[in-house]
Write a protein of this length. Structure first.
Lengths: 152, 152
């Protein structure tokens, strides 16, 4: 393996920027995280429970809709592992998510809910730095450690 | 892109062998699909709804348990797309699954059920050919095309 710690740091930073952009609800910032140009067509995104979306435009549209419908979201990443070979980096992590759950903008009925998603994020090395090429997030449906938190 | 059609064919074949091995319930055959040796530690597998499993041994153990509890399973792959860069291949596909659903080996209560999973399969080029390095399967929970098939 010829993985440099600088590359690992750069990929970890690019990954953190993905989640920071979603937390900020900033589509322009999110757009800079994703691969573009010659890679735009082959971009793939799977949101938890969704089918695959292909192509940069379709992927960014989906995030715009998700962010427009999310009043508050925060990610706590755990189990972050990075493997780099050549110009491809595969990062896997668990997204521990805190989000607001409300209906019809009625803030009085809004509350916080937690969730756990596991993600595979594949980055490509480009002249502009590491860019996200594939994101696959999926819900963890089975409790992993007898952790059965429940409200009401 | 320097992707050769031979490489794409070889990756597509390795991917087909993954599902053929599971259909056959053949753990030895499945073990040959997965990366080994220096890559064994970094192998990752996400079964639908599961957290990440890491390392070749843990991953193969999980498949042994799943196959021991699956009397019949058949995969119809659609939307297979392969992207290769250097020694890494990213294959995405939809697994249209037909499986037996029964309880306690009571064959009279067993019936077939369908399901849809989307998968990201990352392969590495090794001296022995393309080997599976990461498998991430996740359930498609939302209907994608107004297809709301329901039995009883």
């Amino acid at each position: 393996m010829t993985t440099s710690s600088e590359d690992v740091d750069a990929v970890t930073e690019a990954n953190a920027e993905l989640y920071a952009a979603v937390e900020a609800g900033d589509l322009d910032r999110l757009a800079r995280v994703w691969a573009a140009d010659t890679l735009a067509e082959s971009v793939v995104c799977v949101h938890p429970g969704w089918p695959q979306l292909r192509g940069r435009d379709e992927v960014l549209r989906s995030w715009a809709v998700i962010m427009a419908n999310t009043a508050y979201i925060q990610f706590f990443l755990t189990e972050v592992e990075v493997e780099i070979t050549g110009d491809v980096a595969v990062l896997t992590c668990a997204e521990n998510i805190l989000t607001s759950v409300g209906e019809d903008d009625d803030s009085t009925s809004s509350r916080l809910a937690g969730g756990r998603v596991v993600a595979t994020n594949v980055f490509r090395r480009t002249p502009e730095g590491w860019r996200l090429w594939l994101h696959h997030g999926s819900p963890v449906l089975a409790p992993s450690e007898g952790d059965d938190e429940q409200d009401d």
